[in-house]
Design a protein around this ligand. Structure first.
Ligand code: UDP
Ligand code: MG
Length: 317
């Protein structure tokens, strides 16, 4: 059996050697055949030189360098397209996903589970706002899509059958956590304590997180679009009542000047229409994104034994 370990790195020059020094002994103690695939997500620091150096020293290591920062989701896709193991373990490059759990993950996989998922016992040290935002997002995601991803993480093991199915997914904008739940298969969970980051800092800006959340929700459900229709229906019923009432007051000669009411209704309806259009716009933007059919990532360099065609398709004659 061969285990692949997939680690995305983005500006993690301090972490590359530390992470490798930690995971290599653990992997070699539990399985005789393994590979570690490191994806450099367009780092602007020395991350790639460290990855290349490590690949020269150890034949089991390999690296992919993306041509720019495509984001963690794309880095995961790049890695999953390349791994060759019977199972692949995905973990963060900052050791916040404690590698001591790897033997346990492999055991659960050997017990016949296709997906082994790490569930956070606690969310580690985090600000109150980011905790609240995360909780709001997961509650909304659960409500709208039916997938409960609370405390889920990207620390997962996937059997090669699952990886094969993953490769069939067509969408540009992936949401690994959600899609791995969507794929189904027999799954087991284990619990882990999110470790402190050893060096460097978190790469998620509030804006990146907001766009990931929007992508996640719009990529999984069209419920917000249906909500617009329902909102429209409610307004229609409300208007019908109001029309009748207005006509009665008018014909009975009690009609008021009613300027305030008109303005308020205008503002309320105008606001609803704009929000609804925005929501439709988000879905149209997604369709636009998907329809362009651009590749999810572009590999510019490789290190170690990977079979990736860096050149891409040959120019037309
Ligand atoms: N990462 C990546 N591309 C990005 C952002 C992050 O490959 O654009 C990697 C990063 O190097 C790390 C993992 O994804 O290995 C998790 O990132 P981070 O620690 O910044 O996220 P957090 O732990 O704060 O959720
Ligand atoms: Mg982290």
């Amino acid at each position: 059996m061969k285990i692949s370990l997939l680690i995305p790195f983005y500006n993690e020059q301090e972490m590359v050697p530390i992470t490798l020094d930690t995971v290599v002994p653990i992997l070699s103690s539990v399985c005789e055949d393994y590979e570690i695939l490191m994806v450099d997500d367009g780092s602007t620091d020395e991350t790639w030189s460290f990855i290349e150096a490590a690949c020269r020293d150890n034949q089991r290591l390999s690296g992919l360098r993306l041509s720019r920062n495509f984001g963690k989701e794309a880095a995961i896709c790049a890695g999953l397209d390349q791994v060759t193991g019977d199972a692949v373990i995905l973990m963060d490059g900052d050791l916040q996903h404690p590698p001591e759990h790897i033997p346990e993950m492999i055991r659960l996989w050997q017990d016949g589970n296709d997906i082994v998922e790490g569930v956070k016992k606690s969310r580690g040290r985090e600000s109150l706002t980011s905790r609240m935002n995360a909780s709001l997002f997961y509650r909304l995601f659960h409500r709208l899509t039916g997938y409960d991803l609370r405390n889920a993480s990207d620390f997962k093991l996937l059997d090669k059958r699952v990886v094969r199915q993953w490769r069939r997914l067509q969408e540009q904008d992936t949401f690994f956590r959600g899609l791995s739940a969507w794929l189904g298969f027999k799954r087991a969970v284990f619990y882990f304590e999110v470790a402190e980051r050893k060096a460097g800092r978190s790469k998620w800006s509030p804006f990146k997180l907001l766009s990931l959340s929007l992508n996640a929700i719009t990529g999984f459900t069209a419920v917000p679009l249906h909500a617009i229709t329902i909102l429209g229906l409610i307004m229609l019923i409300f208007s019908a009542v109001l029309i009748v009432q207005t006509l009665i007051t008018f014909f009975s000669g009690h009609a008021q000047t009613g300027f305030t009411t008109v303005i308020l209704l205008q503002l309320l309806i105008g606001g609803c229409i704009m929000v609804s259009l925005g929501l439709i716009g988000i879905y149209i933007a997604r369709i636009f994104q998907e329809v362009k059919g651009r590749p999810r990532y572009i590999v510019s360099e490789t290190a170690g034994p990977v079979e990736q065609d860096v050149e891409g398709p040959i120019d037309r004659p």
